[in-house]
Design a protein around this ligand. Structure first.
Ligand SMILES: [Mg+2]
Length: 169
């Protein structure tokens, strides 16, 4: 059987973890501050549309809070770690071989049948992650050349890797 590696990436992970527990902030401008509240480390899409960038100092952000209704959160790394664990547990239902790449990005080794079957699987993964964790993972793609090293290091093997990217949705 042939296998391919899927790359699953959760959307706007830090901001999404906070808005999950404060639904009224869904689709609002949310900015996550570093551990010492010194600067922005993550932004919701709406905050990005306002032009707020990672690294912006907190004192510069304060001028945006009132006129644009921005909500600031201190980073909560235990929350992110817990949500990340839930994602891993969810994805474990789709593959016994998972590589943890970052707090919101994972690689899964899955069987290859056809592009259609892989697209169906990707949609199932996205729906399950959304239903079980409340987080959206719209970026699921076949892994690309850039991450070869990671997969090879984990013993997945070059022959099992497809070196092109297709749109799964
Ligand atoms: Mg992400």
């Amino acid at each position: 059987m042939n296998f391919v590696i899927l790359h699953v990436d959760v959307n706007n992970f830090y901001a999404a973890c906070h808005t999950l527990f404060e639904p009224k902030l869904h689709e609002k401008s949310v900015v996550i501050l570093s551990a010492n509240d010194g600067n922005a480390i993550a932004c919701s899409p709406h905050a990005k549309w306002l032009g707020i960038k990672r690294g912006t100092p907190s004192f510069d952000l304060l001028q945006w809070v009132e006129p644009f209704g921005i909500t600031l959160f201190s980073a909560s790394f235990p929350l992110y770690a817990d949500m990340s664990r839930r994602i891993v547990e969810t994805l474990a239902h789709f593959s016994p071989e998972i590589e943890y790449y970052s707090i919101d990005e994972l690689f899964l080794k899955v069987p290859w049948e056809s592009a259609e079957a892989l697209g169906r699987l990707a949609r199932q993964i996205r729906q399950r992650v959304l239903r079980w964790t409340g987080l959206c993972s719209s970026r699921i793609k076949l892994r690309t050349q850039a991450s070869h090293f990671t997969c090879m290091r984990e013993g997945f093997g070059r022959n099992e890797v497809v070196d092109w990217t297709i749109s799964l949705f």
